[in-house]
Design a protein around this ligand. Sequence first.
Ligand code: G3I
Length: 304
Amino acid sequence: QDTLGAAASQTGRYFGAAVAAHKLSEPAYVSILDREFNMVTAENEMKMDATEPNQGQFTFGNADRIVNHALSRGMRVRGHTLAWHSQQPGWMQGMEGPGLRQAMLNHVTQVAAHFRGRIHSWDVVNEAFEDGGSGARRNSNLQRTGNDWIEAAFRAARAADPGAKLCYNDYNIDDWSHAKTQAVYRMVQDFRSRGVPIDCVGLQSHFFGVNVPANYQTTISSFAALGVEVQITELDVGGSGWQQADNYRRVTQACLNVPRCTGITVWGIRDSDSWRASQTPLLFDGQGNKKEAYYSVLNTLNGG
Ligand code: G3I
């Protein structure tokens, strides 16, 4: 197959990209998007600050634009993200306690209900664990409403959109030996054992200044063994040339090697679209040309 999406489809997987609504009027951008990808994530447009700028007042214009573009062309959509400590609207940032808990659950419910039936997978909760060796939850206003805030968010999402897969999404959980990875693993294991509705784990997989860990596939297969899907949700690899291409190959091969690893999303299309553009971390250069990393992913998806 000669596109990422078609090549991934051969094994029942998807290949996606993060998309910005304001670029959907740029023909060069859209032609790569429509040709190569069959899954889309809104890079910012579904976040809490974008969808509920004033409490109880929801705005979905940019998010709808992305969802309609994708669905009308047969692509699917990952929803990102319902509850997060970052990119909260101003009114939420200063809230605490039961009022915040209620506002968060209302947000999850209203946003998931708006897109009901149109989202493949939701990142219900994003980045709730601390970096470093503690394995603790990240201290945030949401965490301070009580340790059960995450499961409450998942239950609200399930009720509002029963057909969507519900994911926990985080970064720096790619290395199986890290305390953060182990802590997320134990949470998912606990949720599965208690019947909290969780269907998938998102490994963001931002690799800057590090190579893909040797135990990356162990991380994927270990989460999968809990009965959840694993999705690579925000892949990008800083660098260039062979080093970058080889890291992309290893991520792709690790996913292909685990049946419950169901798809890969890259965090942008061209290097110039990246949140870290100066580190040229994507599969297309600023002119939209395919990079060595692109061919490495495509060949791997096609069976090497
Ligand atoms: O839209 C405003 C614009 O009006 C304003 O003039 C401009 C000035 O700074 O800012 C624009 O907003 C920016 C927004 O991206 C849209 O471009 C924000 O400042 C900027 O902070 C925001 O960055 C996003 C970042 O999340 C915020 O946390 C990145 O685009 C986005 O790629 C990044 O994505 C995150 C995932 O959601 C979660 N995982 C990590 C990943 C990378 O940080």
